[in-house]
Each structure stands twice: as C-alpha cells, then as structure tokens.
Ligand binder design. Structure first.
Ligand SMILES: [Zn+2]
Length: 343
C-alpha cells in the first residue's frame, strides 16, 4: 500500500490515543468557522490549520493595524503598512503553512443579516470576537441551527473558555445573562490585555474544538485563567437557566432584533465603520476606482478599493461596507461616504 504523505505531518497528533486516526479523519471532514481574526482568532486559525481541519472559514471585518502586531499571530508589518484585510492576510500566512486545509477568507461583518450566509454549513464555530453583541448572535444562531461553538474571552489578565454544545447543557445567555443588557457602546478596542493571554486562551479553545471534533461528547469545562495571578479554574458549567429566552422559550433575541443595525459606528481608535447595504447588488469596485481617479491616492486589491486624501483613508468593500480611518466622528464618516460612494 502507498504511504499516505499526510501520515507524517499529523503523526504526533494521531499518536495521541484519545484523538487518534478517528479524530484526524473527522477533523479532515469538518468545516469550521473562525469568527474574528484578532488576538484569539489569529491563533485559533493557526492551530486549526496545523491540526488539519478540512475547511476553515476565516471571517473578519477589519484591516491589520500596527497595534495588532504585539499579540495577534499570523500578521507582519507589511500587512499593517498595506492595510490588508485580516481575513486576506491570515489566509496568505495559513496557505504558506501548507497542508490539506481548504481556506475560505471572508472579509465581512457578522450581523443578523449576514450570519446565515457566513456560518451556514459549518460543523463548529469558534469565537474570536471581543464583544458580547457578536457572541450572542453566534449563541442564538448556533442553538437555532443545532451547531456547537466555543466561546473564548481574553481581556486584561483574565481569560475564559467554554464549549457550548449543539443542544445539551447551558448556553452563553444561561451563564452570562447580564452581559446581554450591559453591552453598552460596542467598539473593537479592548481595555488592554496581557500579550501572551490571547494565545493561551486560543489554544484552550482549540483543545475543546478538537476534542469535540474527535467525537468526545463529555461536557466542556468553564475555564477561568488568570496566569498573572496564578489562578486557574475548570468549573462544571452548571445547569440551563429557566429564564433563558433561547433554552427555555426557543426564541432568538439577537437574530430577531427589530431595530435597525447601526449605520455608522466607531470601530477601533480613529476608525468608523459604515455598515453594508441591504440587498444583494454588489458594488463595481473597478468603476469606483476609475471615478475616484484624481481625488487622491487610489489603490485597488482583490477585496477592496481604497482612497487616501486629506488625512482620511476610505476602504470600500464589495458589499458596500466601508472603513474610514482618520476620524472618530460618525457624522464626518457618513458625509464622506455619501459624497464619495453615494447611498
Ligand atoms: Zn440558554
């Protein structure tokens, strides 16, 4: 029999008996989504590519910035200088790792309108986000679609991980009901973080993911790690809440929200995001690049068209979403967008 060239690549992982050949084969057949490719998601994507996941969907809305480089895996200075979308830069680095994993970079924001398209068909979802609004979207969607997911958080010196099963056990709303109402103003910035903490938490999320993919259905632990303080807890996640709208009443608050998505919001320091348009018609970025000729410095890449002028940088994506760097005013951002793109 011909030796399988992948045998050597994954031999150490396969030799770990609880994972074994079965775990490798199931992982190779799985489609896994990583939502958010920042401090957590970049390391998650690295681990899962090296582990030989079949298809990895890489979902992120942002561009690489210099302040990312201290703790986010995969990215290099060139990505920040060129303002590459994280999904694009991550896919480039992961492709260089090689191996059998099929990479699907998606430069997009997870919203209740886009979530079916972005997560549909996945076997498992990994949370690389830094805000609870997005996590509750994942939570509600995954329970509705009976899909398991792995929550991860890393803020300051505290990291938390929990695998939330497709149907069994508590969901994120059961455990953190207050987070749903205390979301406040959402930004992409965190209050600071210990540099190695996201990599530690991402590794733990991947450990839970691989255990689930290998078919081990024992309940996940609620991990609470504070490496700086020398504290580590692995708690039983507890019971479902009788007050949880998702588990007790089969309603999906994050998916059914009736208020309109915010049209323009602060997204990191000095960056405002203008939301994607409704409807399906994609923008013709080539003709916009032509129209912008002479207004400033125009760049065109596979995923976006970009205009730099008067200290502002407008990056426009096919779905109409845009990031305006150089201002923290949603009013200026909306006016600039309307003038240059229309509405
Ligand atoms: Zn619940």
């Amino acid at each position: 029999m011909e030796p399988n060239p992948l045998d050597d690549r994954f031999s150490r992982q396969v030799r770990f008996a609880p994972f074994g050949t079965k775990g490798q084969e199931r992982s190779a057949a799985a489609t896994v989504a990583v939502v958010g490719l920042g401090g957590l998601g970049s390391w998650i994507a690295d681990h899962l590519t090296r582990a030989g996941i079949g298809t990895l969907r890489l979902i992120d809305r942002d561009l690489v910035e210099e302040s990312n480089l201290a703790r986010q895996g995969l990215y290099v200075e060139e990505d920040a200088r060129l303002g590459r979308p994280k999904a694009e830069a991550a896919a480039m680095r992961l492709a260089a790792i090689g191996g059998p994993t099929r990479l699907e970079p998606l430069v997009a924001e997870l919203t209740r309108r886009s979530i079916d398209r972005l997560l549909g068909g996945c076997d498992l979802v990994l949370d690389g986000l830094d805000h609870f609004a997005g996590r509750f979207l994942i939570n509600d969607w995954c329970r509705r679609e009976r899909c398991a997911w792995v929550y991860g958080g890393a803020v300051g010196g505290v990291g938390t991980v929990l695998r939330i099963d497709a149907e069994e056990g508590p969901c994120l709303r059961c455990l953190f009901p207050a987070a749903a109402t205390a979301a406040g103003v959402e930004t992409c910035d965190t209050v600071g973080v210990l540099t190695p903490l996201p990599a530690l938490i991402a590794a733990l999320q991947c450990s839970e993911a691989l255990r689930w993919l290998a078919g081990d259905r024992r309940a996940g632990r609620l991990w609470h790690l504070e490496p700086w303080e020398g504290r580590a807890l692995a708690l039983k996640p507890g019971e479902r809440s009788g007050d949880c709208p998702v588990c007790a009443r089969k309603s999906w608050p994050a998916l059914d929200a009736t208020e309109d998505d915010v049209d323009a919001k602060l997204c990191g320091r000095d960056t405002v995001q203008i939301a994607a348009r409704d409807g399906t018609a994609e923008l013709d970025l080539d003709s916009i690049a032509t129209r912008w000729h002479g207004l400033g410095t125009v760049e065109r890449s596979r995923y976006l068209v970009r205009l730099r002028r008067d200290g502002l940088t407008l990056s426009l994506f096919r779905d109409g979403r845009a990031l305006l760097q150089g201002t923290d005013s949603t009013t200026i951002a909306r006016a600039t967008y309307e003038r240059l793109v229309g509405r």
